[in-house]
Write a protein that binds this ligand. Structure first.
Ligand code: CAA
Length: 379
């Protein structure tokens, strides 16, 4: 596979890097400590086209390819993985699915502002009893005239507090298992729809995560995405692309961990020399670099297949599985190389470690990725 990037792709990467360094980095530590959502940053990211990167300009997007998206996601997440996941959910889990499957009415009314970044989206599939086992949906939507009435609870919803529009997956026919599942677009403020408290998380503090409750919440029939009974396929197809986004977020953390470690190893002295001269440290840096490059190659492979309109189900699962592991392992090694300094906030690497862990869990755990890969091999 040829990864000679085009000028456009490199330009997008450079723009994301510059934005991340100038606009995101200065407040990243404070927002992590305060657990505060980066409203101003997300607004500016919208203005620069980072919130609807792969959406056609006809619907307010930037019209970039998935490879450009990977590069931009990596640069943003390298500086702040919280901004990365906010961006990834809006781009991959919300905008992409709407452009592929929604009616023209939905695209004009909801996709346009989401892609322009003036509104924010969230994706609500997980439930208290339906995490990895996503077909086990308990949220139920019953038809009543020209509306559906939603009742149920969703869990672990990224952007759950700050989002304006939510893609909500629900059962519409309990007899039909996953073929009886439908996805709805629900607006914030719809009567009967409330969010829970902000979850107190290990990492990605600057993004918000919460549960959602639906109590006789009426949603117009026209807000069905794709068609009734296609909600599970919608979610699965959307998550394939979401996994490329999370793999890119993990790449950012893996690279940040490596770069911080190289810098520190050249400065810190022990036994009369910079620790970079110790083979114990050199071996760690070498392994970190290999992990990052291998993860990047897998992620770009999935992105390139998506751009070429070829199947990327197995490849996106492989990318997420490997990149998330690389992020955790690189962040762990970065803390180890920094010693005591790695365990305090001043040197950032403790945040990389806290942020890295979730990439092995959301948008399909590592175990689910292995199921997806194995099923692709065996089918
Ligand atoms: N891509 C496309 N279609 C897929 C698919 C994939 N990766 N995986 C399954 N499907 C389709 C199947 O083809 C089948 O469709 P048809 O009936 O039309 O042929 C349908 O889905 C059912 O498939 P299975 O019989 O294989 O279903 P299953 O129950 O045995 O397993 C699963 C499905 C792969 C385990 C699935 O439940 C899964 O992916 N679970 C993980 C869910 C997940 O990733 N959750 C993350 C939550 S979102 C999140 O984290 C958002 C956030 O806020 C950050």
């Amino acid at each position: 596979m040829n990864f000679a990037f085009t000028e456009d792709q490199l330009m997008v990467q450079e723009a994301a890097r510059e934005f991340a360094e100038k606009e995101i980095a200065p407040t990243a530590v404070e927002r992590d400590i305060q657990c505060s959502f980066p409203y101003e940053i997300i607004k500016k990211m919208g203005e620069l086209g980072f919130m609807g990167m792969m959406v056609s300009p006809d619907y307010g997007g930037a019209g970039y390819d998935t490879v450009s998206y990977v590069l931009a996601m990596m640069e943003i997440s390298k500086v702040d993985a919280s901004c990365g996941v906010i961006m990834s959910v809006n781009n991959s889990l919300v905008c992409w699915g709407l452009e592929q499957y929604a009616s023209e009415h939905i695209k004009q009314k909801y996709l346009l502002p989401l892609a322009q970044g003036t509104k924010l989206g969230a994706f609500a599939l997980s439930e208290p009893e339906a995490g990895s086992d996503a077909t086990n949906q308990r949220t139920y939507a019953e038809k009543d005239g020209d509306h559906y009435v939603l009742n149920g609870i969703k869990n672990w919803i990224t952007n759950g507090i700050s989002a304006d529009y939510f893609l909500v997956v629900a059962q519409t026919d309990k007899e039909k298992a996953h073929k009886g599942i439908t996805t709805f677009l629900v607006e914030k403020g719809t009567p009967g729809f409330e969010h829970g408290k902000k979850e107190d998380k290990l990492g990605i503090h600057s993004s918000d995560t919460c549960s959602l409750t639906f109590s006789n919440c009426r949603v117009p029939v026209e807000n069905i995405i794709w068609e009734e009974g296609k909600g599970f396929n919608f979610a699965m197809n959307t998550l394939n692309g979401g996994r490329i986004g999370i793999a890119s977020q993990a790449l950012g953390i893996a690279l940040a961990s490596l770069e911080a470690s190289v810098k520190y190893a050249k400065q810190r002295k022990s036994f009369g020399t910079e620790i970079a001269n110790h083979q114990a440290i050199q071996f760690k840096l070498a392994d970190m670099s290999v992990r990052f490059e291998a993860a990047k190659a897998l992620t770009l492979q999935a992105a390139a297949l998506k751009d070429a309109h070829k199947s990327y189900v197995k490849e996106s699962a492989m990318a997420k599985l490997y990149a998330s592991k690389a992020a955790v392992e690189n962040a762990l090694e970065a803390v180890q190389i920094h010693g005591g300094y790695g365990y305090v906030r001043e040197y950032l690497v403790e945040r990389y470690l806290r942020d890295a862990k979730i990439t092995e869990i959301y948008e399909g755990t590592s175990e689910i990725q292995k199921m997806v890969i194995a099923r692709s091999l065996l089918q």
